[in-house]
Design a protein around this ligand. Structure first.
Ligand code: HEM
Length: 489
């Protein structure tokens, strides 16, 4: 009896401790910023609420008033920031707000096993070595594969429409496009998902993504420490995928007798490995991250762009179509005012990575004038909040208004640069850690959208429920579109 009582007492203490840790932020967290109730992050798992609705209902007011809030996410309390001045400080003071990705935050998780220690999440000298290796290949690339893939993509849609598929679910199809683009432009091999119906590497990728991005295990990553058979299998599948991917890249590049002349990001990574700047694990981690960031983020922005062009078809789809029909050269697309203003507005309105929490304080520090943050606290940024804040974007902050960027291309480009420098749009981060794939992603968008506008017309499927993703990366949820082939005039 005594033993039972003791066990009950110990269990009660453990449960109370866990409840205390989850329900209230640590006592040394700053008191002068609000706390978002701990349950908010769990709501999308229970109710059909999307992340923009969640933001409006539970976060917006506090965030806009204080610029930073305390929020429970990923099994811990964090500080989430959206005020531009604070973001500028965080992006600048890399040594205090040090990058600390999943490999450090949740090293035992399947997610960390997937992406490892890479150029996005690393810090200090290791990051510099990675960044030196991948920069050239991601900044200077051949856009010919993107144009070719855009044509294949349009043909696939036409074929489906001819086969009677009146409504097309865009996610899986745009994933195939994005995978082929990044593999051909940056990794030196062809994933070939647009041209092959059955593709082992692609099937494995789809399979592991389902396991890694399982909402339950993303919310409670510590469960990956337990011997749950399905999770052990997830780890094995991740290892097989990584091995197969790196082998494909190495085989293709090293068997290429012109390897030394190739300038893919992957070629420079292999050279860094051959020169012993990085080890085999670091080579694999960075090849994987180029594939992951290089296909997922453009895929999200692409779906968002298709959605906005369908939603505002009379005004925007038609005027962009007229504009792109005036040029034949892919490079000239970068100079078109409407197309570029449209894309910048899409990134502002729906930043694909809406919330990122991957920095950890290395010492006690002050955010702005008076928010004192202890050492070892995770600090993240809320891109959606920043670009929807009326302080930055006025009373139309929530509206889709590409014309806000200007009417001629010089003004549009200047305003885009200013928005990034002032941290009023942080969809591509900024500063020293600015996204290395922005140019590539925007090139993909321009070329593919231009090809689609020339060949197709599309509308939202009236049966599709207009919603954004419930959590994680931001884009229309399971977007479905109806296409019509254009008759050349
Ligand atoms: C619409 C598409 C894209 C968006 C919205 C986007 C967004 C971002 C953001 C927000 C970051 C900072 C992440 C953080 O704070 O930890 C980032 C970093 C990065 N992105 Fe992108 N990205 C896109 C496309 C790409 C593509 C196509 C690549 C190509 C591989 C790429 C490669 C990188 C790299 C290497 C970094 C790390 C830079 C560094 O820390 O030095 N991104 N991106």
């Amino acid at each position: 009896m005594f033993i039972l009582k003791l066990i009950g007492f110990i269990l009660l203490i453990i449960i109370s401790y866990i409840a205390f840790v989850v329900v209230v932020p640590p006592l040394n967290f700053p008191r002068n910023i609000p706390t978002i109730p701990f349950y908010v992050v769990f709501l999308p798992v229970i109710f059909p609420i999307d992340q923009t609705e969640l933001y409006d209902l539970y976060i917006r007011k506090s965030m806009e008033k204080y610029g930073a809030v305390k929020i429970f996410f990923g099994s811990r309390w964090n500080i989430l920031v959206s005020r531009s001045e604070y973001l500028a400080q965080i992006f600048k003071d890399e040594d205090t707000f040090a990058k600390s990705g999943n490999q450090k935050k949740i090293p035992y998780s399947a997610l960390a096993a997937y992406t490892g220690d890479n150029v996005i999440s690393a810090h200090g000298k290791v990051w510099k070595d990675y960044r030196n290796a991948v920069t050239n290949g991601l900044q200077h690339f051949d856009d010919a594969p993107i144009s070719k893939n855009a044509k294949t993509f349009c043909n696939l849609i036409k074929k489906r429409a001819q086969n009677g598929e009146s409504s097309i679910q865009m996610g899986p199809l745009s994933q195939r496009l994005a995978l082929d683009n990044i593999s051909q432009v940056a990794l030196g091999f062809d994933f070939a998902t647009l041209t092959q119906d059955k593709n082992a590497l692609h099937e494995l990728l789809v399979h592991i993504k389902k396991q890694i991005f399982h909402p339950f295990f993303l919310t409670f990553p510590f469960l990956d420490l337990l011997p749950i058979p399905s999770r052990r299998k997830a780890f094995r599948d991740v290892a097989s995928f990584r091995e197969l991917l790196v082998k494909r890249v190495q085989d293709q590049l090293i068997n290429n007798y012109k390897f030394e002349q190739t300038t893919f990001a992957a070629s420079d990574l292999i050279r860094a490995h051959n020169n012993e700047v990085i080890d085999y694990r670091q080579l694999s981690d960075n090849i994987v991250i180029i594939l992951v960031a290089g296909h997922e983020n453009p895929q999200l922005l692409f779906n968002t762009s298709l959605y906005l062009l369908a939603k505002y078809s009379t005004e925007w789809q038609n005027s962009l179509r007229q504009e792109v029909e005036s040029v034949t050269n892919s490079k000239a697309l970068a100079d078109l005012p409407l197309l570029n203003a449209f894309l910048f507005e899409a990134v502002r309105l729906y930043p694909p990575l809406s919330t990122i929490i991957n920095r950890c304080t290395t010492k006690v520090c002050k955010l702005g004038a008076d928010i004192v943050i202890p050492k070892d606290v995770y600090v993240g940024y809320n891109n959606f909040g920043t670009s929807h804040d009326p302080k930055n974007w006025g009373p139309t902050a929530n509206d889709f208004k590409p014309e806000r960027w200007g009417s001629d291309i010089e003004t549009i480009r200047k305003n885009w640069r200013l928005a990034k420098n002032r941290c009023t749009v942080t969809g591509f981060h900024g500063g020293r850690r600015a996204c290395l794939g922005e140019k590539l992603a925007l090139t993909e968008m321009r070329i593919t959208l231009a090809e689609m506008l020339r060949q197709l017309e599309w509308t939202l499927d009236p049966e599709w429920e207009e919603k954004l993703t419930p959590a994680g990366p931001l884009c229309p949820f399971n977007l479905k579109l109806k296409f019509k082939e254009r008759v050349p005039s």
